[in-house]
Write a protein that binds this ligand. Structure first.
Ligand SMILES: [Zn+2]
Length: 315
């Protein structure tokens, strides 16, 4: 017996079924005009499937107006397929492979993937952690900084490599909860401290390794406990950074194995993608279908910023 292929679902096969499904999802609280936001003041246009005429601003709109799908000519069922594939692939999916699966050109697929990453972004959220809760903080390095951002060498000789010349990513994970990742350029103490300070509740227990970047900011929390990786200490009681290292392991396998090259300008979107999948993980009871739905709920109120995404179609 073969497993049922979820992509056989009609919403992935038929553009008008996909549209009806998306309308039901995004307009659960009433049909809102994508231009002026007026609720339930529109009527369907005769002979134009999916088009509505707003009585308030007189504009014609579809469910795609005011979302990251706006002005796209890709059929909606292909958009839903792309969202499902991204949701269900633990380490992400390259635009090349996705393009073959969707039967859409590579260039269009590349833009689709980046717009879906925009959908996965969250706005400002309350701090992680709280009284008695553990937040693990750590940084990882991915690829080299662009030359103009790399630290200037003070001594002549062979160029130095190592963390100082690499792009630093700082992540925070609430144990048993959510993850939040940031591109910090270089892991300078002030920058890392600001990220930790703004995103972790002061009542939390902070767990890190012995890196000096957490030393001062650590004093602002209920406690700051460290594991000493240099002495091969990875856990002491419940003090550990294993959760965040598990998160980084998936992130790095995805970024190195699947995406390979990632321009600095797009890095924030890849971070949003890995945070999103972690925050909607199976262990929290979220299955592939629900994760896709959650992703698609995020497309609203985020008109694509064409200039920003169009900067360069790479990675
Ligand atoms: Zn309107």
């Amino acid at each position: 017996m073969t497993a049922k292929n979820p992509l056989n679902n009609v919403i992935f096969q038929d553009a008008s079924k996909a549209r009806a499904w998306l309308e039901a999802l995004l307009w659960a609280g009433g049909r809102a005009c994508g231009y002026c936001g007026t609720l339930e003041a529109s009527s369907p246009l005769k002979g134009r499937d999916g088009y509505y005429q707003c009585k308030a601003c007189r504009k014609q709109f579809t469910v795609m107006v005011g979302t990251v799908f706006e002005r796209s000519h890709i059929p909606l069922n292909k958009w839903l397929q792309a969202a499902f594939i991204m949701s269900a692939s633990k380490k992400g999916m390259s635009a090349h492979q996705m393009s073959r699966m969707l039967g859409v050109t590579y260039k269009s697929t590349w833009f689709m993937c980046h717009r879906l990453r925009e959908a996965m972004k969250t706005g400002s959220l309350p701090p992680l952690g709280g009284e008695g809760m553990v937040v693990e903080a750590d940084e990882t390095y991915l690829g080299n900084l662009p030359a103009h951002k790399a630290p200037v060498r003070k001594t002549p000789g062979r160029p130095k490599f190592g963390p100082h010349h690499k792009r630093a990513i700082v992540s925070l994970v609430e144990r048993g909860g959510q993850a939040r990742s940031f591109y910090a350029e270089t892991a300078k103490v002030e920058k890392v401290a600001a990220i930790v300070r703004e995103n972790v509740a002061k009542e939390s227990r902070l767990h890190t390794d012995t890196s000096s970047v957490y030393k001062h900011v650590g004093k602002e929390f209920a406690s700051h406990e460290k594991v000493n990786h240099f002495e091969k200490e990875f856990a002491r009681g419940d003090v550990t950074t294993n959760t965040i290292e598990g998160f980084f392991s998936i992130f790095k396998r995805g970024m190195k194995g699947v995406y390979q090259h990632c321009d600095e300008r797009h890095l924030h979107r890849y971070l949003a993608e890995f945070d999103f999948r972690y925050n909607n993980r199976t262990a929290l009871g979220v299955d592939d279908g629900e994760r896709t739905t959650n992703m698609l709920k995020g497309i609203s109120g985020k008109r694509p910023n064409y200039r920003r995404i169009n900067e360069r179609a790479t990675a």
